[in-house]
Design a protein around this ligand. Structure first.
Ligand code: SF4
Length: 338
């Protein structure tokens, strides 16, 4: 789970020495996974998901050869039926063929140390499938994260936590809807669990409860695709916009008053909430993971297709017979990064 990103460029001997000393300390602690990606070193803390990316390029531009994180959609099936669901999930939706996915050249070419964010929604009856995928990830040294919706999490949390203890599941994302005391107690106590909220949907009162209980939060942007488009059209009282503005003010308040909390954002939420204008340029450079499609892309394992990101999921192309590195090159070119 990504909480903090530190990106810096080392261009002189003193900075390189400082990096080597810190790197060695982290390695000796045994709590970090690291790998070389092009001319950069990526490190991930197994304790809290912190990312450190050190770029050893003269111009400071990150040129990864391998995928850093894949955003993988594993199921169109979900019984919750949210009216704003951008993925158009339904109770009759299809789930990915895990055997086919695991044996694909794409999966087989993934490198150790990378992360896979698996969006599973609800997985009634799919535990065996999930375990098969997690076992395959563990075998390849991939750090697998899973996102599930709240009710599914509460029903299956023991199984998910067992997967964490067995070292096959790294982080758990819970898409929260009703923030009650049971959920809060659970999220506060569990290791590497992050509450996922949506800009414009989760009210500020929800954030207040999560922060008061020291829950880690990932704020996602509102996706105006799939059912999200119609839901916005039908929002006559402008609730989505009012929630967005209230959240923006609340984040400004948290920053101004230095309230201790662990917030992270996807790129869409960064845009929708104007986060760049709220923090210094230096901090933004330190914590911003990068433009979409630089080192990540979206994979729909149900249809075996890829796109630049999940927002671009209406522009999917087949992944059949392509390696993850070949697709990264295509995506970087399409995204204007090559
Ligand atoms: S819980 Fe998530 S996947 Fe399920 S309907 Fe709601 S938004 Fe869609």
């Amino acid at each position: 789970m990504i909480e903090i990103i530190k990106t810096w460029t080392t261009q002189n001997d003193a900075e390189e020495m400082e990096f080597l000393e810190d790197f060695q300390k982290r390695q000796e602690s045994g709590n970090w996974v690291s790998y070389l990606n092009g001319k950069s070193v990526c490190e991930i803390s197994l304790e809290d998901g912190t990312h450190i990316r050190s770029i050893f390029e003269e111009d400071g531009i990150y040129r990864p050869e391998n995928l850093e994180c894949a955003d993988v959609h594993l199921s169109d099936k979900c019984e919750v039926g949210c009216k704003f669901c951008y993925a158009n999930c339904t109770r009759d939706g299809k789930v990915a063929d895990i055997e086919r996915f695991i044996s694909s050249p794409w999966f087989q070419s993934l490198k150790p140390g990378m992360e896979m964010a698996c969006n599973l929604n609800e997985f009634k009856g799919n535990i065996d499938h999930l375990e098969k995928l997690l076992d395959a990830c563990k075998e390849k040294g991939i750090l697998a994260n899973v996102t599930v919706e709240q009710r599914t999490y509460m029903k299956n949390k023991e199984v998910l936590h067992c997967f964490q203890i067995e070292g096959k599941l790294f982080g758990i994302g819970v898409s929260v809807k009703v923030i009650d005391e049971y959920l809060l107690k659970d999220l506060e106590e569990c290791r590497n669990v992050v509450a996922h909220t949506i800009t414009g949907i989760t009210p500020v009162t929800g954030y207040q409860k999560l922060i008061a209980n020291k829950v880690k939060i990932l704020i996602l942007g509102y996706k105006d695709i799939g059912r999200g488009t119609q839901f916005k059209v039908e929002d006559e009282s402008n609730k989505i916009e009012m929630n967005r503005l209230a959240l923006k003010r609340y984040i400004k308040f948290l920053l101004d008053t230095k309230v201790s909390c662990l917030l992270s954002f996807d790129n869409l939420a960064i845009d929708q909430l104007g986060i760049k204008d709220m923090i210094s340029e230096e901090n933004y450079g330190k914590f911003f993971r990068g433009e979409e499609a630089t080192c990540t892309y979206f994979v729909n394992a149900v249809s075996m297709q890829y796109a630049l990101n999940s927002l671009d999921s209406e522009n999917l192309k087949s992944i059949e017979n392509k390696t993850s590195q070949e697709i990264l090159k295509l995506v970087r070119r399409e995204g204007g990064h090559e």
